[in-house]
Design a protein around this ligand. Structure first.
Ligand SMILES: [Zn+2]
Length: 165
């Protein structure tokens, strides 16, 4: 039994490295948002190891309350795939998505959601609402939270602290 167990560990380690790599890219997007004066949240959409969409919050610059990082990354992904269903994709986002974004993730049929820090105020994956776990949803999304959560929450804290000064 040592072989399968070893193989499993190796795959798990590989998975963690891959998740952190894409989360770092989402963090870069979040950084760009901060520089633009937008709430620093970033998202990266991946299919088979390729990035098909990445963006950050742009609500202020676009005068658009729906311009969350997740929504913009999903829109780009749809254009790249030429499809409104984004089957087989993984969405990386620095913060637990809000109810609107969880709705979009479900509509898009995204396979996996990986997020960084939890959002106690509006998180819809489990912190405030448990929308993704609602038994009435006909699409199941695999979820993993806590990837680079320290970095993901720090960038937000620094941003809001700076705005209060
Ligand atoms: Zn959102």
């Amino acid at each position: 039994m040592t072989m399968p167990a070893g193989h499993l560990i190796e795959n798990t380690v590989k998975g963690i490295v891959v998740d952190e790599k894409f989360m770092e890219m989402a963090l870069e997007e979040a950084n760009t948002a901060a520089l633009e004066g937008e709430v620093p949240i970033g998202a990266v959409l991946v299919k088979k190891g390729d990035i098909i969409g990445s963006d950050h919050n742009r609500c202020i610059q676009l005068n658009d309350p729906t311009a969350h990082a997740e929504i913009l990354a999903i829109r780009k992904g749809g254009q790249v795939l030429g499809n409104y269903r984004l089957a087989g994709t993984t969405l990386y986002v620095t913060i637990e998505p809000c109810p609107m974004c969880v709705g979009a993730i479900t509509q898009a049929r995204i396979e996996k959601l990986i997020y960084g820090a939890s959002d106690e105020k509006t998180g819809a994956v489990g912190s405030k609402f448990r929308l993704l776990h609602d038994p009435h949803l006909n699409h199941r999304v695999e979820v993993k939270g806590g990837v680079l959560k320290q970095e993901c929450s720090e960038i937000l804290q620094v941003f809001f602290k700076g705005r209060r000064l």
